[in-house]
Write a protein that binds this ligand. Structure first.
Ligand SMILES: [Zn+2]
Length: 216
């Protein structure tokens, strides 16, 4: 429904054409007002503004970065930045030409690709720990870290992502190239996770990245 839908920013009236087949949220790149798309009415008099401005952390992936994954070109059109207690994590929302989307997660220069849909985690929440086996339907992963999410900043066009208030725990688990990212916000329909794979950055064939000088 979203692809090619034209929307107007409720804050600054900038026009945008949505590019994902299923847009979860849209946060204006200019004024940070949030247009809630797909069936939820916008109230132009009270635009939602996301809590935190997007910090400049010199990530070399940026909105507008392009790449190729498994022979399909994509472009980065949105970003969610999680401020964790001891780290931060960017989830870049990428769209392919025909409107399908995926997340590219980046943390300290390593990358993982997650296909959009969140899945319910049905085992015990007590198994979501570092260095423990986390059972998943086909292959288990091993918990790598548990961190509290202290803040979120959102920008651009995003795939569905329900939890936008801080105060929940992030759990990452991996096994080989497989990786899973869990959101453990209590009372929001249980724990959900994204399943993905680790990808060497050269496999993404990124272009239009932020040039940086390591000597600065
Ligand atoms: Zn705006």
């Amino acid at each position: 429904m979203s692809l090619h839908t034209r929307i107007t920013c409720p804050g600054c009236q900038a026009p945008y054409t949505l590019r994902l087949r299923l847009t979860g949220r849209f946060i204006c790149l200019r004024c940070r007002a949030q247009a809630v798309v797909d069936g939820i009415a916008q109230d132009a008099s009270r635009p939602l503004v996301t809590a935190a401005p997007m910090p400049d952390d010199l990530s070399f992936v940026q909105i507008g970065t392009t790449g190729v994954l498994d022979d399909a070109p994509f472009e980065v059109i949105g970003r969610i930045r999680l401020q964790l207690r001891n780290d931060y994590k960017n989830f870049w929302c990428a769209v392919r030409k025909e409107g399908s989307g995926f997340w590219i997660a980046e943390s300290f220069g390593s990358f993982a690709v997650y296909n959009g849909a969140w899945q319910p985690y049905t085992d015990l929440a007590s198994k979501l720990r570092s260095n423990k086996t986390i059972p998943l339907p086909d292959v288990p992963v091993t918990g790598e870290y548990v961190e509290r999410c202290e803040g979120l900043a959102l920008s651009g066009e995003l795939l569905p992502w329900n939890v936008v208030d801080p105060g929940w725990f992030v759990v990452q688990g991996s096994k080989g190239a497989r990786t899973a990212f869990f959101m453990t916000k209590p009372n929001v329909g249980g724990v959900h996770y994204l399943l993905g794979k680790k990808v060497p950055v050269e496999n993404l064939k990124l272009a239009n990245t932020l040039p940086w000088n390591e000597w600065n």
